[in-house]
Design a protein around this ligand. Sequence first.
Ligand SMILES: *Cc1c(COP(=O)(O)O)cnc(C)c1O
Length: 425
Amino acid sequence: MAEQGLGTKCVQAGYRPGNGEPRQVPIIQSTTFKYATSEDMGKLFDLEANGYFYTRLQNPTNDHVAAKLAALEGGTAGMLTSSGQAANFFAVFNLASCGDHVVSASSIYGGTYNLFAVTMKRMGIDFTFVSPDCTEEELNAAFRPNTKAVFGETIANPALTVLDIERFARAAHAHGVPLIVDNTFATPVNCRPIEWGCDIVTHSTTKYVDGHGVSVGGAIVDSGKFDWTEHAEKFPGLCTPDESYHGVTYTERFGLEGAFITKATAQLMRDFGAIQSPQNAFYLNLGLESLHVRMPRHCANGQALAEFLQSHPNVSWVTYPGLPGDRYYELAQKYLPKGSCGVVSFGVKGGRAAAERFMAKLKVFAIETHVADARSCCLHPASATHRQMSDAELAAAGVGADLVRMSCGLEDSADLIADVAQALE
Ligand SMILES: *Cc1c(COP(=O)(O)O)cnc(C)c1O
């Protein structure tokens, strides 16, 4: 049978019920699983048999939904985590330990920046941040002998920069390390980073994948393409025996297609326990069932709003990758031909005070610290997430006092534009 389309995978991949079994992915709300003999269970602990023993490591509901995301991204294995933060932490920490180094694009989600630059730094892992627009020389100069991975976001939140995935993958591979791409804003409906050379995809499923503002969650998908054994000296955790798992060598036992995710599950999930609840995985699956129908609407609403704002006299600038003339328009045409996302950033003429007045007048857009929801929402970072910063500090962070971030939901675009129009008066 030919490979199924993305829409069919959104609806059906990852779970195939047998005769008389539930049509919908069942919620296995159980912490533990029963076995007839201790020997049966011992085989699971030794990773010699497949199965479930404790939901902190694996749960059937989660595995069905992770398998769907892996199918959508074109990967060989996937896992769910309790949040996007946990997904990015696991993806990097599965490769880098104390004394190691990672190259990351500088325009990434603030929470990820903090995780890397502050918290993982305290664990002894160093990060070099490079502009997504850096030259080839600058990119290559960022690598060190102890570099273990490269990280970036397909569409950065909230900067809306578009990563040149092929270029970053080429540089990563030339230095013998994988490229990890956070695909939260694009979703596999609009971009499949693995097709462009990315090795590991991460998600904050809290955003479009859930899409209804229901549950915080994350996911990791491995392409199965990166050959750890070719660079075994860089990745001893994958290529030498794990004494905490009876001497299993992940690449030998699980092959390139399973080594990365099995190690992340067996070590990191076991020890950190950032598991997604089966109930949340069920909600996530409901979101996935309509992702391919929802994304085009988010994009159409984002595009319409961006075009409206661009020609409005009270707007000083607009950032949206789908807008001709946008700094990332060409890269978006290449990597995101079906559309980018529903998030649009713009500047209100008159700065901080005008932006605050604008926000207060909105009726359809709600003020929230959230994006990528069915309901349109917006944020003025200078008076919310970044309120401790002075105007000078804001400018240095690339978040001007006039910046408003609008996340277009699934409502009628005419109503969204009318709301923004009256608030800009
Ligand atoms: C929100 C977000 C995260 C963090 O995800 P949580 O689910 O909130 O932990 C990571 N990356 C990107 C691009 C995000 O937008």
